[in-house]
Each structure stands twice: as C-alpha cells, then as structure tokens.
Design a protein around this ligand. Structure first.
Ligand code: ZN
Length: 212
C-alpha cells in the first residue's frame, strides 16, 4: 500500500520566515533636513573656531563681511577644485590632458552653499539680521567674482542653459507644429519636403524597381 509519495516533504515549509519585511524606511525629507542641520552646525562651529584662533582676537559681534571673506579665503587651502591661473596652458580648459601646478580651491558652489548655511546659523544663534556679516554686500560681490573667475579658469560656459532651452523649444515647436497662418516669423521654417517618406529601396533586390 502506498501512503502518499513525498506528501510530507512537499507540504513542509522551506523556512519559517515572515512574509512581511520589517518597516525600516524613515521618511526621506526628515533625513535630509537633519543632514542639512548637522552640516550647518558643523559649519558654524568651524567658523567659531576660526574666530577663536583669529589674530588679533575677533568676536562674533565685531565680525564684518570682510572677515567672512577672509574666512572663505582661509578655507581655500582645504579645497579640492583645480582652478587654473591665467598663465597656465590649461586655463579655460574643462578637461585638461595633464596635471599642472595650479592651486586647489574651494569650488564656488561649495562656498555659496556654506554662506547660506552660516547666514541662517548666525540668526538662529541670536544674531541680528541687520548685522549679519554673511549677508553683507561685500560677501555677495566676492562670491560673484569667484564664480566668474572659476568659470573662466575652468572653461565652464556662462549660463547658456536658458538661451539653449529657449531656442530648442522654439525649434521643437517649429518642427512639430505647422507654421500658424497669422504668425509672422523672421526666420521661416523649412517646408516639409517629405511628409511621408517611403522606405528606401534596398540596393540588392534589382528585380522589382518601379523607377523606369
Ligand atoms: Zn593649471
């Protein structure tokens, strides 16, 4: 008599695992915020330490935009962005073929983000908005100069994205939609030469050629 072939083995579970994974996905916005907050706190402590080591001693209350610029220049020694000097052969080249002796600097984007965090931290730590040295006009001008000189030195084109997008959109619009009757455009789009182009005849099959 046969008592079921392999019935016991087929019904046995492979493992005693929970079908549901444990919920361990924190909301990303909160995580991002705390990361920004911790970065801001670190930046603020770095700045306070810079003030403590300053010679002559400098207090936060006496800190001006010029001191902030001094701080940004001090940070350049920890930078990782190659900024070519005017005499370098690679000046203006985004991807130089070799290395050079030009200094590493803080990238403009890093400084800009840093100033934003410090400006917020200053006011969160009791500083008055009117006397916020990180919001000083001199700092804004300095950052703009850094951005422009780094863009030139590294061969980064100036904000061409806007123009590009505009022209691309116009071209796409001209390509997809037929020119409107009432629309007057200085540059007329090319007429649709081939509205429905047939597939080109393969050169191999010469037996069936409609062209006489
Ligand atoms: Zn260089």
């Amino acid at each position: 008599m046969e008592s079921g072939e392999g019935g016991a083995s087929s019904s046995a579970p492979a493992g005693d695992e929970d079908p549901l994974p444990p919920p361990q996905a924190p909301p990303p916005p909160q995580q991002q915020l705390s990361r920004y907050e911790s970065q801001k706190r670190r930046d603020w402590n770095t700045f306070l330490q810079y003030l403590r080591n300053h010679k002559p001693p400098l207090t936060l209350a006496r800190c001006s935009g010029a001191h902030v610029i001094e701080f940004l220049k001090y940070l350049d020694q920890f930078g990782k962005t190659k900024v070519h000097e005017a005499g370098c052969d690679f000046f203006g080249q985004p991807n130089p073929p070799a290395s050079c002796a030009c200094p590493l600097r803080q990238a403009w984007g890093s400084l800009d983000a840093l100033i934003g965090r410090l400006r917020a931290a200053y006011e969160e730590n009791g500083g008055r908005q009117e006397s916020n040295p990180f919001a000083a006009r001199a700092v804004r001008i300095y950052l703009r100069e850094v951005r422009e000189s780094q863009a030139k030195a590294r061969g980064i084109p100036h904000e061409k994205k806007k123009r590009k997008r505009t022209s691309a959109t116009a071209a796409a619009a001209a390509a997809t939609t037929a020119p409107a009757a009432g629309e007057s455009s200085s540059s007329a789009p090319p007429p649709p030469a081939s509205s429905s182009s047939p597939a080109p005849d393969p050169p191999c099959g010469g037996s069936s050629s409609p062209v006489s």
